[in-house]
Design a binder for this molecule. Sequence first.
Ligand SMILES: Cc1cc2nc3c(=O)[nH]c(=O)nc-3n(C[C@H](O)[C@H](O)[C@H](O)COP(=O)(O)O)c2cc1C
Length: 170
Amino acid sequence: MDIFTAIRERKSVREFRDADIENAKLLSILEAARLSPSAKNMQAWKFVVVRDAATRKKLAEAANGQIFAGTAPVIIVACGTAPEYIMPCGQHAYAIDLSIACTHMVLEAWELGIGSCWLGAFNETEVKNILNIPKSVRVVAMIPFGYAAGPVPSTSRKRLDEIMSYDKYS
Ligand SMILES: Cc1cc2nc3c(=O)[nH]c(=O)nc-3n(C[C@H](O)[C@H](O)[C@H](O)COP(=O)(O)O)c2cc1C
């Protein structure tokens, strides 16, 4: 599958088959994160791979009760380990770095036939308590991964002319 096919066809999966993810595939997904670019190439990140069923259930509860997340065989919790660094443009690098790495993982997973759903709705303090994540570290995203239980409906997108302009902002 080429990259654009994965970008075009990827959808958020919220119903998972009761099937584990093969270790080799999981490692490919994590490798996609490892190879991601980051500001100053700091690679200030840690990915907690949660396979334990009881812990997944707790994480799903911490994700505002999004119970479906706990039914995925794997949840990857993406953490920024240097959240203090602000780039000259004024943006915190960690959220951007982790978002790129998560996007790489999601697309690589899709290529391997594995669905996922980015979770931004979660209580960070609860997640940190569940996984023993240090206070100084920020949790950017939790992503359940697994094989889709069935076909997934598409969502709509704005037209290109609504979201871009040439030469000047308009
Ligand atoms: C930053 C971010 C946070 C999101 N948080 C959640 C979430 O907490 N729960 C959920 O079910 N979906 C979540 N989503 C998935 C979006 O709802 C989904 O990507 C969007 O509706 C477009 O659908 P698609 O991914 O199928 O193309 C999130 C997506 C992003 C990028």
